[in-house]
Ligand binder design. Structure first.
Ligand code: AMP
Length: 146
């Protein structure tokens, strides 16, 4: 029943929004937070989350926050495509455990995809923190005008 249930304010993304947990932040405004996935499926794997919606999934989020989230996702996809020059960009969003959801604060994956690499749905391991820091330093300036 993971598709239905109460929003848990202690979920990891809620903690990141509150600043109680660190993240490799790329961009933040009043509506959204954009940060690097700790277990990337590909180089540049980025997450976009709404800050003002206590919603677990797409069934629960209100239209206004969903619209702002979608606009941010498009901007993130454009920045990643421009800076990292992938061969494709995957936008993915999972609802409920059988669909692959593991964190119950709605989020959208924006994943640069490179020809010849396996299309992983879940990552094989945690990224090297030094690599994430380097990537963050490369991408943050590109997100200034998001
Ligand atoms: P999902 O399977 O759609 O629920 O995706 C959750 C994503 O969050 C996975 O790709 C995880 O690697 C990622 N993740 C979990 N904890 C963190 C964290 N503290 N910082 C960044 N990404 C995380």
């Amino acid at each position: 029943m993971s598709l239905y249930g109460d929003y848990d304010p202690q979920n990891i993304f809620a903690q990141i929004i509150r600043g109680d947990m660190p993240c490799y932040k790329l961009y933040e405004d009043d509506d959204v937070l954009v940060f690097l996935d700790l277990f990337p499926q590909a180089y540049g794997h980025t997450l976009v989350i709404p800050k003002r919606a206590a919603a677990r999934n797409i069934l629960e989020i209100d239209a206004d926050n969903l619209a702002r989230l979608a606009l941010a996702v498009q901007k993130v996809a454009r920045v990643l495509a421009d800076e990292l020059q992938p061969d494709g960009v995957q936008v993915a969003q999972f609802n409920g455990a059988p669909a692959g959801q593991t964190v119950y604060h709605i989020h959208v994956h924006v994943i640069p995809r490179f020809s010849g690499e396996n299309l992983q749905i879940h990552a094989s391991g945690k990224a090297d923190p030094a690599e994430l820091e380097k990537l963050q330093a490369r991408l943050v300036p590109r997100f200034q005008d998001l």
